[in-house]
Design a protein around this ligand. Structure first.
Ligand SMILES: [Fe+2]
Ligand SMILES: [Fe+2]
Length: 308
């Protein structure tokens, strides 16, 4: 397991795909927002993709593309406009097997020569969907392991265990369910044989960065495993390291206002210095987080770059 001095010296994170784009936000401190110009053509979609760059003590950089948005058009365009070369990625990491996170993967691999392996949990593959309130199914979406393996330059790294990707940079591996505050996303289903069953999101994995002099940066995809379960996993892998930043989707869009208040009070106990809630967090949750954390919870947009 991670031990000092397994720490990153510096982290740069760029939002490549997210649900919102806004080119009229003022850059400040470690946050650099996209400005009018070429970035006026950035696109948003219901999806997520983050470019993560970590420097080690010798200045050696490790780059990771975490998730791939929903389809080819937005990911490819935004990578170009943000001048990110995905061929320099050491790893491609999939948070979980939902189409808004894997959709751009196969088109990207078809379009670009990318040697990086794909890191995923074995349960990321298969057929999933979302049950609508009227009983109909959104989807189904199918991620086939064989098709992914065919498209990759090398074999995928399929495991439920945490994996070190670079200095202080780890995947979470399987996230245990320990917190009663995390509410399951009951509308999600997956195919098991001929049956549709409740999706337990065994595959959901986060990225952890142990950042020198600051603490832990926890990066989530949709956070279907639950944010408090994810934070507990981070604490178990990095005991005693405080939470510095929480970045990604929290999937709080289905929580009631009361449930949100409880969750936000719990999150405040971790005293994060930065909270970048994106993608599936939900509009009311974003609003309540901003009320509670003020400037520690800055606005998010496609094209935002954080440098810590
Ligand atoms: Fe998502
Ligand atoms: Fe999801």
């Amino acid at each position: 397991m991670p031990k000092p001095p397994d720490r990153a010296q510096h982290l740069r994170l760029t939002v490549v795909v997210d649900n919102l784009v806004n080119i009229f936000l003022p850059s400040q401190g470690p946050l650099s927002y996209p400005q009018p110009g070429p970035c006026s053509s950035l696109l948003a979609e219901q999806g997520l993709s983050l470019w993560i760059e970590v420097d080690g003590a010798q200045g050696n950089a490790t780059r990771v593309l975490y998730d791939f948005g929903r389809g080819a058009q937005v990911l490819g365009r935004n990578l170009r406009l943000l001048q990110i070369d995905p061929a320099t990625a050491a790893y491609l990491v999939l948070s979980h097997g939902h189409i808004d996170h894997y959709g751009g993967l196969l088109p990207l691999l078809a379009e670009r020569q990318i040697a990086a392996p794909l890191v995923a949990h074995p349960a990321a593959f298969g057929t999933r969907g979302i049950q609508r309130p009227d009983g109909s199914l959104a989807g189904p979406w199918r991620l086939e392991q064989a098709r992914v393996e065919e498209a990759l330059a090398g074999p995928p790294l399929i495991s439920a265990e945490p994996r070190q990707l670079g200095p202080g940079l780890w995947t979470s591996g399987r996230i245990g369910r320990v917190s009663p505050l995390d509410r399951p996303f009951r509308a999600a289903v997956r195919q098991q044989g001929w049956q549709w069953v409740a999706d337990d999101f065994e595959d959901d994995q986060a990225i952890f960065v142990n950042l020198e002099d600051r603490g832990l940066v926890v990066v989530t995809g949709c956070c279907h495993a639950g944010v408090f379960n994810t934070l507990a996993r981070a604490q178990a892998l990095f005991p005693g390291v405080p939470l510095y930043a929480l970045v990604g989707g929290l999937h709080w869009n289905f929580l009631s206002d009361n449930e949100l208040q409880d969750a936000i009070a719990e999150l405040a106990g971790y005293d994060p210095q930065w909270l970048l809630a994106m993608h599936c967090t939900g509009a009311l949750a974003q609003h309540r987080l901003r009320e509670r954390f003020a400037e520690r919870c800055p606005f998010n947009t496609v094209g935002l770059r954080c440098s810590w």
